[in-house]
Every structure is written in C-alpha cells, then in structure tokens.
Design a protein around this ligand. Structure first.
Ligand SMILES: NC(=O)c1ccc[n+]([C@@H]2O[C@H](COP(=O)([O-])OP(=O)(O)OC[C@H]3O[C@@H](n4cnc5c(N)ncnc54)[C@H](OP(=O)(O)O)[C@@H]3O)[C@@H](O)[C@H]2O)c1
Length: 230
C-alpha cells in the first residue's frame, strides 16, 4: 500500500485530500497542530507544527518507523492574511513565511531524504494564482507562496535523476476557513480574473491536485494553475 503525508489535514482542502487518498486505498499520515477528528483505519494523525523543524523531523521519523516509506508528500498546511503592504506588520509577514514557506521546507527536507533513499517519491506543494496575478492586498501571503514556487523548482532540479519529483499546484479561491475573512466581492473579482466566474468547488480542487498522483508523468519542477490566467 502506498503511503502519503499530508500537512494541514485537520480541515479545509487538506482534510478533503486526506479523505480522497484514503478512498483510493492509501495509508495517510496527517500533520496539523490541532486534534484531528478524521477517523479511518488507514489514517494516522500527528500533532505537528510545520514551522517547527524539530516537530516535523520527529513526526516524519515516526511515520518512517510505522510505515517504512513515504511515496507522496503534500505540503498543504498554510495561512493567509489580507492587508495592504504598507499596513502589514512585519510579524505577520514572518508568521506567513514560517508556516507557508518554512513549513514546506522542513517537510521537504525530512521526507526528501527518505525519498532519495527509496529512489522514488512525489512532492506536491500548494500555491496560489495570487502569485502570477501579483494580487494587491496579499503581499505577505503572495511572497511566501512565491518562495514555495521557487523552492519547488530548485528542489526538482536538485533531486532530478534520484527518482523524486517535486511539483506545485496553484489554486484560486475555495470555500474554506482561509478565505472566511475575504469579502464576497473581492473573491468574485478574483474568480472572474481566472476565468472561473462560478468559483471552484473543493472537490474540483482535489481532482486538479490528484492528477499529480493519478496520472503521473515524468514532469518535475512544474507549477500548474487552476483556471485561465490572462
Ligand atoms: N482556500 C483557498 O482559497 C486557497 C486558494 C489557493 C491556495 N490555497 C492553499 O491551500 C492550502 C490549504 O488551504 P485551506 O483553504 O484548506 O486552509 P484552511 O482551511 O485554513 O486550513 C489550513 C490547514 O493548515 C493547518 N495549519 C496551519 N498552520 C499550521 C502549522 N503551523 N502546522 C501544521 N498545520 C498547520 C491547519 O491545521 P491546524 O490549525 O489544526 O494546525 C489546517 O488544517 C494552503 O496552503 C493555502 O495557501 C488555498
């Protein structure tokens, strides 16, 4: 049976991804800070702060001790903040870098070493259409996800030839806690800009991401965005 680690599995997109992988027969290890209510014989929750290197490395060691391998890592844990650049406290920018960028960094380092030993593995990093759109009002979030995209490309290049692929998928607005504080009008404008005026259902986003493991290609270092960016 294939083994996946998914971060941010306690709710939103991460939980939907975990449920999908479980339905497809995977063993799933879910990382989040809170207690996770998802109950399934093949689901193992771990209390992990992805921004904390020691916390990540201990959890990945526990996964390897239990499962022996990791075939798929989805760096999904994330946070956002809407604010004008000139009004955003530096502490907010640092907090978003810590979870969005360093969280992916720690998990990629810990799991990547195991994948290189296996000479096989797939890493999927979550990003956003707000990066190519250079979306106003989200400077701290966009910068942290741009860092994730850069990390994706360098990791793919460094791990090329060792059986490990690293790709990123970028989404538009979804109906999760992450977008609760964003006004409906702003979300509608963003959905128009990416050619999806009716928005994107969580299930559609999961299917888009799942192409990475359901229809694997040799592609690595790619960033696929959901929607039409103009
Ligand atoms: N929603 C959107 O519109 C949208 C659009 C584009 C991209 N994305 C990306 O998709 C991903 C998932 O977003 P979402 O909408 O599902 O967000 P969400 O509903 O707010 O869920 C965020 C998840 O991340 C976890 N998390 C946050 N900080 C963490 C930390 N330090 N350590 C471990 N886990 C942490 C949370 O769990 P705990 O609180 O339990 O730790 C939760 O499970 C994010 O990377 C986001 O940037 C979302």
């Amino acid at each position: 049976m294939s083994v996946a680690i998914i971060t941010g599995s306690s709710r939103g997109l991460g939980r939907a991804l975990a449920e999908t992988l479980l339905a497809e027969g995977w063993i799933v290890h879910g990382f989040a800070r809170s207690v996770q209510s998802l109950a399934h014989p093949r689901f193992q929750p771990h209390v992990v702060d992805v921004g904390d290197e020691a916390s990540v490395h201990a959890a990945v060691a526990a996964v390897l001790a239990a499962a022996g391998r990791v075939d798929l890592l989805i760096n999904n844990a994330g946070a956002a903040s809407m604010n004008a650049l000139l009004l955003t406290p530096a502490a907010t920018a640092a907090a978003l870098m810590r979870v969005n960028y360093l969280g992916a960094w720690h998990c990629l380092q810990a799991v990547g070493k195991a994948m290189v030993r296996q000479r096989a593995g797939l890493v999927i990093n979550l990003t956003t259409v707000a990066v190519p759109l250079a979306l106003s009002g989200e400077a701290a979030y966009v910068a942290s996800k741009a860092a994730v995209e850069a990390l994706t490309k360098v990791a793919a290049a460094e791990l090329q030839g060792q059986g490990v692929r690293v790709n990123a998928v970028g989404l538009g607005p979804l109906d999760t806690d992450l977008t609760r504080a964003v006004g409906a009008e702003k979300l509608a404008v963003l959905n128009q800009r990416i050619g999806r005026p009716r928005g994107t259902l969580l299930a559609e986003a999961v299917d888009f991401i799942a192409q990475e493991w359901r229809q694997p290609t040799s592609a690595s270092g790619t960033i696929r965005y959901l929607g039409q960016l103009t």
